[in-house]
Design a protein around this ligand. Structure first.
Ligand SMILES: NC(=O)c1ccc[n+]([C@@H]2O[C@H](COP(=O)([O-])OP(=O)(O)OC[C@H]3O[C@@H](n4cnc5c(N)ncnc54)[C@H](OP(=O)(O)O)[C@@H]3O)[C@@H](O)[C@H]2O)c1
Length: 257
């Protein structure tokens, strides 16, 4: 089997300026894709586009605002006529005990993780070509009971469900929709979303690595490599699946034999 190629494919990565989205964008570009990244902070987008290099386009757009996403779809249509691959990655949330959840946190997690994914898909449908590949970023929290993550985990279970329903809805257009569920991938989000200090992240990474059969936490590039597969024609017969990329954490016993 030859390496997957994405030569000349036009890709949108929402939330592509940092973390998993950035690592994914990097891998897509290495495989020849033309990549659009979105996010809400212009300065962060500019820095990321500069690092990713020529041919990367940063568009400031909030994934949970339909008009923003429609503008992204219109820009892509004007420049390329069509979109080949969509990675709906923008999302987030943080651990909070159930008694302490505020309405604003619930609204915010539902808004970016569910409404944002729905609006991203809806607006991109007018520019996605028939036969396109769509990948939604879910999470292993949809499988595991993790302290404080009830609402976030529920939103990610919803994301997996959206992928299966849309696979049926878009069968006539041959648009493939799958999800990726990353495990523990320390990103900028651990600081600004989880409110963890660098020391806390380092301690957590060391501790959790012992619970992961692969012996380490994941990287954004680990997720990017899985995305390249789901985005490419090599996964042409795969629809509606969830690809867990967690070093075996949720599937395999990590203790001593
Ligand atoms: N890291 C993990 O361990 C892990 C595990 C499982 C799943 N995930 C999922 O992976 C995805 C990426 O997370 P990450 O860890 O890479 O976090 P991150 O570094 O915080 O990246 C999230 C990106 O999304 C953007 N974003 C947030 N809200 C947005 C919105 N409303 N519209 C557009 N862009 C938005 C952020 O930029 P702005 O703030 O500038 O908009 C940021 O660039 C999320 O869906 C997350 O739930 C992460």
């Amino acid at each position: 089997m030859t390496a997957p190629t994405l030569e000349g494919r036009v890709v949108l990565v929402t939330g592509g300026a940092t973390g998993i989205g950035f690592g994914a964008a990097k891998r897509l570009i290495e495989h020849g894709a033309i990549v659009y990244i979105t996010g809400r902070r212009q300065d962060v987008l500019d820095t990321a586009a500069g690092k990713l290099g020529k041919g990367t386009h940063g568009i400031r757009a909030d994934a949970s605002i339909k008009a923003d996403m429609q503008r992204v779809a219109d820009d892509i249509k004007a420049a390329h006529g069509q979109l080949d691959i969509l990675f709906a990655n923008a999302g987030g949330g943080h651990a909070t005990p159930p008694m302490d959840l505020t309405e604003s946190q619930i609204d915010s997690e539902l808004s970016i993780n569910i409404k944002g994914v729905v609006l991203t898909m809806q607006t991109m449908l007018g520019v996605l070509r028939n036969g396109a590949s769509v990948v939604l970023n879910a999470s292993i929290t949809a499988d595991m009971g993790l302290p404080g993550f009830a609402v976030y985990a529920a939103t990610k279970a919803a994301v997996r469900s959206l992928a299966r329903s849309w696979t049926t809805d878009l069968k006539h257009r041959d648009i493939r929709i799958n999800t990726i569920s990353p495990g523990v991938v320390p990103t900028e989000g651990y600081g600004h979303e989880q409110k963890m200090t660098d020391r806390q992240v380092a301690d957590y990474v060391e501790r959790v690595a012992t619970e992961i059969p692969a012996g380490r936490v994941g990287t954004a590039e680990d997720i990017g490599d899985a995305l390249v597969f789901l985005a490419s024609d090599q996964s042409r017969y795969i629809r509606g699946v969830d690809l867990v990329v967690d070093g075996g954490m949720t599937r395999v016993y990590a203790g001593k034999n």
